[in-house]
Every structure is written in C-alpha cells, then in structure tokens.
Design a protein around this ligand. Structure first.
Ligand code: NDP
Ligand code: OXD
Length: 314
C-alpha cells in the first residue's frame, strides 16, 4: 500500500530517526519528512505525527488527512486556534504507556504513604526511629480523571488495599472504586482523599484545578501527585498550602514551563519531589504500529481508532 501523501514528523524532543525506522519497517513506502525542513512542500503532506507543533504550522498543510499526537494528551495540539477542525486528531492509547504511568503513580503513592522521605531524613541523621505507617486500607487515594490511565492506576492501587475513588465527567461502575462525577461531586471527592493524583486532560474546564480552593477541601496534611499537565496546577497556591501545612508533600512530573527553570522554588523545596515529565513516555516500538494501522484504515475508508473528540478537547 502506497500512502496518499507523506508523513511529517514534527517534535522538538522526540528522536525522528527512531520513529522513521519503526514506521518504515512497518510501511516501507511511507515517505517520512522531518520538520522544520519537512515543511518545505506542504501540499505533499497527508499525515503529521506531532508533539507541540508551532501554532499555524498544521493549518499550512492543505492535504492534511490526519494528525497523530505523540502523547496521550492533545492539549499541545489543540492549543493552536488555527488547528484545522475537520482533520481527525488521534492520540496515544497504548498498554506500555498505561503501564508506565501506573508504575509512576503506584511508586509515588507508596513513597508518600510509607513515609519514605522521613526515613531518608532519619538515615542522613543516622537515627533509628520506627515511625508509624498507616495500613493501606486506612489510606484514601483519589484520582482526578478515571480514563485510560486513571482507571488502570486505580485498579492497581486497589490491589494494595487502598480505599480508591475517582472523579470524572461521567459516572464509572468499577468494582471497589468509588465514583464521583461532575463539578457538583468534586467537593465530596476531595473531602475523602488523603493522596490526590491528577490524571486529567488539560482543557479549559480542568486548567488550574489544583488550586487553593481544591487544597482547602482536602483533609489537612493531604498529598498531591500531578502527573497530568503543569497547567492543572497553580504553583503559587501549592507553595502556600505546603507552607501552611494544609498539603504535606507533593510529587510533580509536569510543569507550566518545561524544562522547569533552574530558578523555580520547586526544585529545592523539601516537601516537593520533582521529575522531568517522565511519568510515562511514548515508545515508538509499540506506537508506530498504531500510527501505521490508522493510516491503513484511513486509506481503506475504515474508521480510525483513538480519535479525539475535538468538541470536548480530549
Ligand atoms: P482519558 O481521556 O482516557 O481520560 C481522561 C479522564 O478525565 C476521563 O475519565 C474524563 O472523564 C476525565 N475528565 C476530563 N475532563 C473532565 C472534567 N472537566 N471533569 C471531570 N473529569 C474530567 O486520558 P488518559 O487517561 O489517557 O490521559 C490523561 C492525561 O494524562 C493526558 O491528557 C495527559 O495530559 C496526561 N499524561 C501525562 C503523561 C506524563 O508522562 N506525565 C503521560 C501520558 C499522559 P470521562 O471518563 O467521563 O470522559
Ligand atoms: C503524554 C505525555 O501526553 O507524554 O503522553 O505527556
């Protein structure tokens, strides 16, 4: 099968050579072009595989048939007001991406619950002190966003014995997981959450959701883990809540400005764990196949998989 047009690979951070190898191993006839040079003949591009494309660039491709996000999130694409709305946008849904996120969430929930940073402090001081650690069944974990990633993490956390709940737009019916839905159920969800994990997509409705009001509704001494997007967090509100003891500690993987500037107070904050947007990374070995399969579907006139609903923004 020879595709109807070239694929533009467009990412300031991902390895184009790896992606090209994996894509061409599956579809040798695919003409892969790499931005910015690859934008030279815009009328030859039918597909774009992108991470944070510059606003306006996709709108310059007159024959664009499908855009593939290099991540599960698509905020980096639809933030562009000129995104051509008639062109389907496909996101990553992949077991390896889900597994990576679940590992990250479980690691950090356990780290906070098991007071690992307190024990690390004691070790530095050569102090032998058996701090008390609650049983998992007495710890309430609440996940903002019970989608592909949130649901998998919730199920795994349930396996450790935590009391797990989730907040989403629509009600979920998952054994053992308490479901809260919609804006009116955010407050009761927060009130029963000791460790809050954010796995929401970034949309106009969820931007800034990790703010002073949200923190105030959590029990005193709650923990916040944000592995979704930096735009969800009001950093100054978190710093104030940490200083006041309302929030005991935070793990942050994503930031409003990435890379996190060296001047950020978050780097050296004793109650904050920083990781550089690595909670889960798209693996070209697996996801190239999903891209190629969707190209084949589109060219055969079949329905695409994992298409984003542009009207709701995720
Ligand atoms: P999904 O689209 O599968 O799930 C999103 C969930 O959020 C759904 O449960 C949805 O509710 C809920 N939701 C959306 N908007 C609202 C709202 N306004 N109020 C309440 N609930 C809402 O996304 P994924 O699980 O695949 O990914 C989630 C996010 O994780 C991505 O968008 C991305 O930003 C981030 N991510 C971060 C990575 C990292 O390395 N740090 C890696 C991969 C992803 P409903 O189910 O009812 O629709
Ligand atoms: C994603 C990400 O959205 O890597 O997949 O953040």
């Amino acid at each position: 099968m020879t595709p109807a047009g070239a694929l533009l690979f467009y990412s300031p951070i991902d390895r184009h050579d790896l992606w090209t190898d994996h894509l061409k191993a599956l579809l040798p006839q695919l003409d892969v072009r790499v931005a910015p040079e690859g934008l030279a003949r815009p009328d030859e591009i039918a597909y774009a595989l992108v991470w944070k494309p510059s606003p306006g660039d996709l709108a310059r491709l007159p024959r664009l048939a499908c855009v593939f996000s290099l991540g599960a999130g698509v905020d980096h694409v639809i933030a562009d007001p000129s995104y051509p709305k008639s062109v389907p946008l496909v996101r990553v849904v992949d077991p390896s991406l889900t597994a990576g996120m679940t590992e990250y969430v479980v690691l950090h929930v356990l780290m906070h619950h098991r007071r690992q940073s307190d024990f690390a402090d004691l070790q530095r001081m050569r102090k032998w002190r058996q701090l008390s650690v609650p049983a998992a069944r007495d710890v309430r974990v609440g996940i903002l966003g019970l989608g592909v990633l949130g649901l998998d993490a919730a199920r795994r956390l349930l396996g450790f014995g935590y009391q797990v709940s989730g907040w989403s737009q629509s009600r979920k019916h998952q054994p053992g997981i308490e479901s809260f839905a919609g804006a009116s159920e955010l407050a009761p969800f927060l009130q029963r959450t000791d460790i809050l994990v954010c796995l929401l997509p970034l949309t106009p409705e969820t931007r800034g959701i990790l703010n002073a009001r949200t923190f105030a509704q959590l029990p005193r001494g709650a923990v916040v883990i944000n592995a979704a997007r930096g735009g969800h967090l009001v950093e100054s509100d978190l710093l104030a809540a940490l200083d006041a003891g309302q929030i005991k500690a935070a793990t942050l993987d994503v930031f409003a400005c990435e890379p996190l500037p060296s001047s950020s107070p978050l780097w050296a904050h004793p109650k904050v764990t920083v990781t550089p947007h690595v909670a889960s990374i798209t693996d070209p070995r697996f996801v190239a196949r999903a891209v190629v399969d969707n190209i084949k579907r589109l060219e055969a006139g079949e329905a695409l998989e994992n298409v984003v609903d542009l009207s709701r923004g995720y």
